[in-house]
Ligand binder design. Sequence first.
Ligand code: C5P
Length: 235
Amino acid sequence: MNNKPIIALDFPGEKEVFQFLSQFEEQLFVKVGMELYMQEGPDIVRKIKEQGHDIFLDLKLHDIPNTVKSAMKGLARLGVDLVNVHAAGGKNMMEGALEGLEAGTPVGKKRAAIIAVTQLTSTTEEQMRNEQRIDLPLIDAVLHYAQLTKSAGLNGVVCSVHEARAIAEVCGEDFLRVTPGIRMAGGETHDQKRIATPDGAREDGSSLIVVGRAITGAANPVAAYKEVCELWEAK
Ligand code: C5P
């Protein structure tokens, strides 16, 4: 797994994905999420892998522990690099996910890293309080989920940039902080609420950034990707 910005391939189907990927000459780190996976199934993962790209399979599993364990066993066979679950599924579920992933990883292959979603970057503190009935400041709720995730043996969390530094302090630098909600300065925010720029993300403690529409929706996606990389890599 490399640490290039992860491009979210939020496209409706295979045709659009390969049209998009054909513009790039280098090997990328891409994210296949629900939208694409639900349309194309596991074959899309195999085909992207054949082109040599690293893959974050973002299916955010959340079910009873046994079901998640079995599902992860199947996903492990796809040879992806990073997978995830919802921390809200609980410690037993996360332990089950890890067990399934280990059991399904072919002998001699590296196990995918596994992270948990704390709170979606589209969620506000007000929504968390009113809809989930979690009566805590957002940062405390996120830190609690991060610690729970670590105690289950997972490799890190998906969080917003604004929580990344605090998570590193509590869970350690090696515990991954994968942050979506990345926008270029002055760019559109869309439905994301807790956003940051690529250089802001680096400064604020992200280990990996996920960038979707700021690249896929750009007039020139290759140029937009380069710009994101430059900002992300700038010290
Ligand atoms: O287009 P945009 O950059 O907002 O895309 C962000 C991607 O990251 C989407 O694919 C979204 O599903 C995903 N994501 C997120 N927030 C999380 C976890 C994943 O936005 N907490």
